[in-house]
Ligand binder design. Structure first.
Ligand SMILES: Cc1ncc(COP(=O)(O)O)c(C=O)c1O
Length: 338
C-alpha cells in the first residue's frame, strides 16, 4: 500500500462524488449553458456573499486571470516571496500580465500591513505603479500557516486607502477557515477577488473558482477564454466541486488532527533541525546536515511512503482525504523506526 503525502492534489473522487458527477446535467459552458457549472458558480458566489464566480481548470489559471484583470503591463504586484503566484506559476505574472513583482520576506508566507506600506512605490515616473496586493491563505510554502483576520483586515484597509486591488490565493482557504473558525462572507467582504481550489483538500479531481464583483468576473470570463480555459461540458467537474463544497469541508478538521499527530512524531526525530508549526494539513520540516531532503524522500519511498523535497533541506508532507487512520499509523511507525 503506497501512502502518498506528496500533496493534497493526489486524491481521487470518492464513489459518492463519482455518482454526483455521473448524474450531473450538462451543457456547453462556453455558451453559458451548463446547468451544473452555473449552479456551482452561483453556489460559491453566494457562499462568500460575492457577486459572481467563474469556474476554471486550475488555481494557477484563477490566480493568473485575477492578476491580469487587476493590472496592466508595467504595474507591480506585492506578495510574499514564497507565494505560489511567484514561485510556482511559471513566471506567469510577467508572461501574462507584463508586471513586475515586489517580494516581501514574510513570516511563514504571511506578510503584514507595515511591510506592504513600505513596499508601495512612490508616484515617480522611474518606478513601476503598485497596483495589486496578493495574499495566500493558507500559505503552502509557509507550512499551511494561517493569517490572523486582523492582519488581513489591516492590509485590506491599506489597499483601499491607496487604491490598490486586493487578491487572495485561497487554494486552501477552507483549511484556514476550518482551523480559525472563520466564515466565507468575512473573506468576501474583505477581498476584491478570491481564488479557491476544489482539487486540493476538498478532494475534487479538477477545478478552481475565481470570485469577485460582477463586472470583474465578466472581464475574467473573457480572459479565461483567451487563456484557453473555456471548457464545454464541464458540468461533470462542477458536480464534483459542488459535492466537495457540500460534503468535504467539515472533515478537513480530521486532516488537521492527523497532520498534527504525524508532525509531532516527526518532530521527535533527531534528524529534524526545525519543524514548522502544523496549523492545518501541511507538515514542513528542515533536516540537520548529514541527510538531505531528497535522500530522506528516497528512504521513505523505499518504505512506500511518498513525501516531497521542497528544498535540498526541507521536506513536505500533506494530509488529505485519501489518508485513512491506518495509513497514518503505519507512517508514524515507519518514521519511528528510521
Ligand atoms: C497556494 C496555491 N495556489 C495555487 C495553486 C495552483 O493550483 P493548480 O495546481 O490547480 O494550478 C496551488 C497548487 O498547489 C497552491 O498550492
Amino acid at each position: 500500500m503506497r501512502i502518498d503525502f506528496r500533496s493534497d492534489t493526489v486524491t481521487v473522487p470518492t464513489p459518492a462524488m463519482l455518482h454526483a458527477m455521473q448524474k450531473a446535467p450538462l451543457g456547453d459552458d462556453v455558451f453559458g449553458e451548463d446547468p451544473s457549472v452555473n449552479e456551482l458558480e452561483r453556489f460559491a458566489a453566494d457562499l462568500f456573499r460575492m457577486e459572481a464566480a467563474v469556474f476554471c481548470p486550475s488555481g494557477t489559471m484563477t490566480n493568473q486571470i485575477a492578476i491580469k484583470c487587476h493590472t496592466q503591463a508595467g504595474d507591480e504586484v506585492i506578495c510574499d516571496e514564497s507565494s505560489h503566484i511567484y514561485q510556482y506559476e511559471g513566471g506567469g505574472i510577467a508572461f501574462n500580465s507584463g508586471c513586475s513583482v515586489r517580494l516581501i520576506h514574510g513570516d511563514r508566507g504571511r506578510i503584514n500591513a507595515d511591510q506592504v506600506a513600505a513596499a508601495i512605490q512612490p508616484d515617480d515616473v522611474h518606478r513601476p505603479v503598485t497596483r495589486l496586493v496578493s495574499l495566500e491563505n493558507t500559505s503552502n510554502r509557509g507550512g499551511g500557516s494561517c493569517y490572523e483576520m486582523k492582519e488581513m483586515e489591516a492590509i485590506g484597509e491599506l489597499c483601499r486607502s491607496k487604491g490598490l486591488s486586493f487578491h487572495l490565493d485561497g487554494a486552501r482557504l477552507f483549511n484556514a477557515m476550518v482551523a480559525k473558525n472563520e466564515k466565507p462572507e468575512t473573506y468576501g467582504k474583505l477581498f476584491d477577488s478570491i481564488s479557491i481550489c476544489l482539487s486540493k483538500g476538498l478532494g475534487a479531481p479538477v477545478g478552481s473558482l475565481l470570485l469577485g464583483k460582477a463586472p470583474f468576473i465578466k472581464k475574467a470570463r473573457r480572459i479565461r477564454k483567451v487563456f484557453g480555459g473555456g471548457m464545454r461540458q464541464a458540468g461533470m467537474l462542477a458536480a464534483a466541486g459542488l459535492y466537495a463544497l457540500n460534503h468535504h469541508v467539515d472533515r478537513l478538521k480530521t486532516d488537521h488532527e492527523q497532520a498534527a499527530l504525524l508532525g509531532a512524531a516527526i518532530a521527535k526525530k533527531d534528524m529534524v533541525a526545525e519543524m514548522l508549526p502544523v496549523e492545518t494539513n501541511i507538515i514542513i520540516f528542515r533536516l540537520k546536515p548529514g541527510l538531505t531532503a531528497p535522500e530522506l524522500v528516497k528512504l521513505l519511498e523505499g518504505k512506500d511512503v511518498l513525501a516531497y523535497a521542497i528544498t535540498p533541506e526541507k521536506v513536505r508532507l500533506v494530509v488529505h482525504l485519501d489518508i485513512i487512520p491506518a495509513m497514518l499509523q503505519q507512517t508514524i511507525n515507519i518514521i519511528e523506526s528510521i
